[in-house]
Design a protein around this ligand. Structure first.
Ligand SMILES: NC(=O)c1ccc[n+]([C@@H]2O[C@H](COP(=O)([O-])OP(=O)(O)OC[C@H]3O[C@@H](n4cnc5c(N)ncnc54)[C@H](OP(=O)(O)O)[C@@H]3O)[C@@H](O)[C@H]2O)c1
Length: 250
């Protein structure tokens, strides 16, 4: 697909993988809007990248509605929605007193919000002649990680939903991509070290995304996520054990 001249919304575009995606799309000649909750961080990132920004918590329906109205007023349509905003915590149900709230936020932000935002954005996407959606899940959609119980589940949900929606949206001309990053060097993965897994850079992850979108490869497993996909089919029990033993951070 053509990756220039598109109006693109990148949720969570103020840092990490989202910021790298926004930067690359901007450099490829697309008008880009980023959103996030922290106004100061978002504004600084947007100025740095030369993109538009809208403060929005994607798990808040009213804020999502207001953001889409603003995009409608400025651009009249949306070509590509990149659902990248996410949160991750490592915790143990027996020792972390914040377990209940961590479960709640991870499921709300990583699983429910991207699906509801996608639904709410359909009228704007349908104003585009070549609409597309990118769901950013994770290599952990292929195999769960014991230290991120709700996060792993939230990404598996998005993996399944992306496949289902790809089929549903086909007849409406909306392409549905899924990007499955491996462990990547961003604020989210700070302090999370898994032996044998070198962190990818956000730019490497974006290289895979752009390559996949240009080739219309809809399930884009970047870097080590390709090995996770292969091993999760070949020897899931062995892979799960290896990842458990290799965890060093927290
Ligand atoms: N880093 C990794 O190892 C890795 C691996 C696989 C998949 N991923 C996925 O890649 C995506 C990006 O993660 P990252 O590593 O780039 O992490 P990051 O640097 O922490 O970026 C996450 C961004 O999402 C925003 N965000 C969080 N909750 C939000 C909400 N409710 N509404 C709007 N924005 C929100 C944050 O900004 P505010 O806090 O200002 O809202 C932040 O800018 C996530 O979906 C993550 O699960 C990451």
């Amino acid at each position: 697909m053509n990756l220039s001249g598109n109006v693109i919304l990148v949720t969570g575009g103020g840092s990490g993988i989202g910021a790298a995606i926004a930067t690359r799309f901007k450099a490829m000649g697309n008008p880009v809007i980023i959103c996030g909750r922290n106004k100061i961080k978002l504004q600084a990132a947007a100025e740095n990248m030369g993109v538009n920004h809208i403060v929005c918590d994607v798990s808040d329906e009213q804020q999502v509605k207001a953001m889409l109205e603003q995009i409608n007023q400025i651009y009249g349509h949306l070509d590509i929605l990149v659902n990248c905003a996410g949160v991750m915590h490592t915790y143990d149900f027996f020792s972390d007193p914040d377990t209940a709230s961590r479960i709640q936020t991870e499921i709300e932000i990583n699983a429910i919000a991207p699906l509801k935002l996608t639904y709410a954005a359909l009228p704007l996407l349908q104003q585009s002649s070549h609409p597309a959606i990118v769901f950013v899940s994770s290599g952990l959609a292929y195999i769960p990680f014991f230290a991120t119980p709700a996060y792993s589940g939230s990404k598996a949900l998005i993996h399944h939903s992306a496949q289902a929606l790809r089929q549903q949206f086909k007849k409406h001309g909306i392409r549905v991509f899924e990007l499955l990053p491996p462990i990547t060097d961003t604020p989210m993965a700070e302090g999370v070290d898994v032996k044998g897994f070198k962190k990818s850079s956000p730019e490497e992850v974006v290289d895979a995304l752009i390559d996949g979108m240009l080739k219309e490869k809809f399930e884009i497993a970047a870097g080590a996520s390709r090995q996770l996909r292969f091993m999760s089919r070949l020897a899931p029990g062995f892979l799960f054990k290896q990842m458990t033993q290799a965890f060093e951070g927290k």
